[in-house]
Unconditional design. Structure first.
Lengths: 264, 235
């Protein structure tokens, strides 16, 4: 990670109580596709008000896990709970997700925000103030009437983040939100994430960047072969990984688990 | 060759004279075609969007049927509509046979599968891109269909254009159900067929030229709209 990112002061992160309540939990989670078990008896707990980072090698099942927790995919087995209760429609509406490649409707920047808020049932009067705030926060006021798809990758990702935040979620899923962005664009997206954290939004973020994990994250869940093999405070997991898979990944080594045919 | 250019010159002269019969035929053609395309769009766009966006039961069957109906033989459609609207048919009491309404019905039946099948393809592709975002936002089914149709509007213009092309050039079905009655159901294509058989090539060619110019103008207008949308990244 470049110096600019490392040295830039981040907005203050709210200090969560040591034992924040569990917002989302999954137990015995499995997901099969194409005859293969891609998520295998996975357990995870996401604590409320904190930023949880999910790390792991490509193909480990991180994005699948996010989609399962957000309800975009239905697990083959196991259960996902929201505040200890089965996930329902209201719980899903309290969540938002930003994808690695932002999905922009074929409309203006303004219309993209307006659509998201109208779907959430906001009245026109309430929408406008939120849209203005979102545009200002993403520094896209001057581009409000431009087609969203002509924005740069960084601008599109900023719009995707503020569009998700404009829906006022309690939980925000971020699937590698700064992948393939240049340092200054990544910085701008990180600022938005930090702002969401300051508002008390629980964040679950996938990243491959240990420095970013240290900057933004509090809890870290390391995923390997469809299982969470290690969880703990970011600092502790990154400095003293206990699992062989996390150690190997952080050292940049290939790791083949017993019984596994291909390295991940 | 000389005959051809002579006939062409007379045809152009006929157009320039702005003959009232000619204008009447052109106006009726446009009224029938545009009405049929509009009705086909009202039915076909949402139908195609629903089939394209949702895994509804029987989706594959509906897709196969729509694709098959795209190649419906116009004379068969004309015959079926004729039987339905004839005095002894189930819709006989409506007395629609040999009226422009009968021609609109026949053209609508021909154009709707084209609009629906092509819309299904356009919407399916777009939905593949939007599906996760829609699911994440919790977009309902009706909002989803409306959003997909709106965002695909420039591509759907081309779909409507395909329907227009089919309808405006159609002769078999409208001839059977319209009867090609002068000043009542005589449209450009049926007149071209009739006048050619009578040897009145000037009028037939004049109408042929008008038909080509109309098709060219409509295509050019749609392409211009689409090109501007592409430039603005809305496609």
């Amino acid at each position: 990670m470049c110096e600019a990112l490392r040295d830039t002061p981040m907005p203050p992160t709210p200090v969560a109580a040591p034992a924040s309540p569990v917002l989302v939990s999954a137990a015995g989670l499995c997901f099969d596709a194409g005859g293969k078990r891609l998520i295998d008896d996975l357990d995870i707990r996401i604590r409320e008000g904190r930023c949880s980072v999910i790390m792991g090698a490509n193909g480990a099942g991180k994005s699948l896990l996010l989609r399962l927790m957000h309800g975009l995919l239905t697990p083959s087995a196991g259960e996902i709970r929201w505040r200890g209760r089965p996930m329902d429609r209201a719980a899903r509406r309290a969540q938002a997700m930003v994808f690695q490649r932002p999905v922009m409707l074929r409309r203006s920047v303004l219309a993209n925000l307006r659509f998201a808020l109208s779907v959430r049932g906001l009245r026109a009067g309430d929408r406008d103030s939120r849209i203005f705030e979102a545009l200002r926060r993403a520094r896209l006021e001057d581009m409000a009437h431009r087609p969203a798809r002509v924005l740069s990758g960084g601008e599109q990702q900023r719009l995707a983040v503020v569009r998700a935040l404009a829906c006022d979620p309690e939980l925000l899923f971020l699937d590698e939100p700064t992948a393939s962005l240049d340092p200054s664009s990544a910085q701008a997206v990180e600022d938005l994430i930090a702002h969401a954290r300051a508002r008390g939004v629980t964040v679950v973020m996938i990243t491959h960047d240990p420095a970013q994990a240290r900057r933004l994250g509090e809890d870290l869940h390391f995923v390997h072969s469809g299982q969470v093999v290690e969880s703990g405070p970011v600092q502790a997991v990154l400095d003293h990984p206990r699992s062989e898979a996390a150690q190997a990944w952080l050292d940049g080594r290939l790791f083949v688990a017993p019984g596994q045919s291909t390295p991940t | 060759m000389g005959d051809f250019w002579g006939t062409m010159a007379e045809a152009i002269s006929l157009i320039l004279q702005w003959d009232t019969d000619l204008i009447g035929i052109i106006a009726l053609s446009l009224r029938v075609t545009l009405t049929a395309v509009a009705i086909a769009c009202v039915i076909g766009l949402p139908l195609g969007a629903v089939v394209g966006a949702f895994r509804i039961p029987g989706r594959t069957l509906v897709t196969v049927v729509l694709n098959a109906l795209m190649g419906l033989p116009p004379v068969v459609v004309g015959l079926i509509v004729y039987l339905m609207l004839s005095a002894s048919g189930p819709l006989g009491p409506l007395q629609l046979l040999y009226t422009p309404t009968a021609m609109i019905i026949a053209q609508t039946i021909l154009v709707t599968p084209i609009v629906a099948a092509l819309t299904k393809q356009v919407v399916e592709d777009l939905h593949g891109e939007y599906a996760e975002q829609f699911a994440s936002l919790g977009v309902g089914r009706i909002d989803r269909v409306l959003a997909l149709l709106w965002d695909a509007r420039y591509s759907l213009l081309t779909v409507a254009l395909a329907g227009f092309g089919r309808a405006v050039a159609e002769v078999g079905a409208v001839l059977i159900v319209g009867g090609n009655i002068n000043h009542v159901t005589r449209v450009m294509t049926t007149t071209i067929a009739l006048e050619t058989s009578k040897g009145n090539l000037q009028l037939a060619l004049a109408l042929g030229i008008v038909l080509l110019v109309l098709a060219f103008c409509v295509n050019a207008a749609v392409m211009a709209v689409r090109a501007s949308a592409v430039r603005a990244a809305y496609v």
